[in-house]
Design a binder for this molecule. Structure first.
Ligand SMILES: Nc1ncnc2c1ncn2[C@@H]1O[C@H](COP(=O)(O)OP(=O)(O)OP(=O)(O)O)[C@@H](O)[C@H]1O
Length: 297
């Protein structure tokens, strides 16, 4: 197998719609099964919004881009945003009522939420998750696992010492190895969220190391890089980066009280950092009451 041959080999994995045609187009159809997709961004950018929406979209029939599937949502940050899930679920139910096979379909019934307290806890429950998937009698089999967020699990338990960093890296590979085996074994789409850390100092050494399509990652005017470092970057198949920037209107405007101000708005972007099946693409998105949508839909 030569690298060039990979370009000619069609990527046949099934994909799960993210619930918006513009975002799906950017992602070549959605989030792929049989692999791990990482969503990395600073706090408040919308990682959880994407994951909640994906858990709902996965329930759509395959003819509508879904997986006809339930999902397992492992959350490591508290509290779980149950009110937001209900809000998105209600919007999903009313907009997709003609597509959902069963009129009594409550989308929240097909999202199994489990809190995870630590890395050891995650490793402990993995065999249970596997047997739950294998033995589930649900009308919609489980085809999606979300871990929101993987970074939070590692943030507090490890020091910055060589021994701890080594232990941490070996746990990354242990977790990702088990996740990949489940992804391939059950045809699952697995999505993990990750946070970013600020990069300071010169653009050389480890700071200058380029991983994927983008030379540097910027968000809110700061240079950032995904948390958990290079070892973790090797544990995921695809990495998507969410960023934001302030767009100043440029023109001075006057408000109702006669005060001058410069109009500005926050713009959010989705970038493909690396993925075996995708080119270097970006797409602007917005978070609305009814969900996450690409701009220009
Ligand atoms: N009902 C809503 N209507 C519009 N926007 C919303 C709504 N609920 C949440 N948001 C937007 O979603 C953002 C929070 O997104 P989210 O919780 O997914 O961030 P995150 O990247 O997961 O952050 P963290 O890393 O802190 O968990 C808010 O800043 C807000 O802009």
């Amino acid at each position: 197998m030569k690298p060039q041959n990979l370009l000619h080999r069609p990527f046949t994995a099934q994909k799960c719609t993210i619930g918006c045609p513009v975002l799906d187009r950017c992602l070549g159809g959605g989030i792929p099964c049989n692999s791990i997709t990482e969503l990395v961004a600073e706090s408040g950018l919308g990682k959880t919004q994407f994951c909640l929406q994906l858990s709902l979209s996965a329930q759509l029939p395959t003819s509508y881009g879904g997986l006809s599937a339930s999902s397992i949502y492992l959350h490591t940050e508290f509290p779980f945003p149950i009110r937001r899930l209900h809000q998105l679920s209600a919007a999903f139910r009313s907009s997709k009522s003609s597509i959902l096979a069963n009129n009594d379909h409550d989308p929240c019934d097909y999202i199994y939420v489990q809190s995870v307290q630590s890395v050891d806890h995650l490793l402990d429950i993995m065999p249970n998750i596997e047997s739950f998937i294998r033995n589930s009698k649900s009308r919609l089999p489980i085809r999606l696992i979300v871990i929101d967020s993987i970074a939070a699990l590692f943030r507090s338990d490890f020091e910055n010492t060589p021994a701890d960093l080594k232990k941490r890296s070996s746990l990354f590979f242990k977790i990702s190895g088990k996740l990949k085996a489940m992804a391939v074994g059950f045809g699952l789409a697995i999505v993990v969220t990750n946070q970013v850390v600020d990069l300071v100092g010169p653009n050389e050494g480890i700071n200058g190391l380029r991983v994927g399509n983008l030379g540097c990652l910027y968000s809110s005017g700061r240079r950032v890089c995904p948390a958990l470092g290079l070892a973790w970057a090797n544990c995921v198949n695809s990495r998507l980066f969410l960023s934001r920037n302030e767009d100043f209107g440029g023109e001075e405007m006057v408000n109702g009280s006669g005060e001058d101000f410069v109009s500005r708005r926050t713009r959010r972007w989705l970038h493909v950092v690396f993925a075996p099946h995708l080119p270097d693409l970006s797409c602007e998105f917005e978070i609305q009451r009814d969900g996450v949508f690409g701009v220009g839909r």
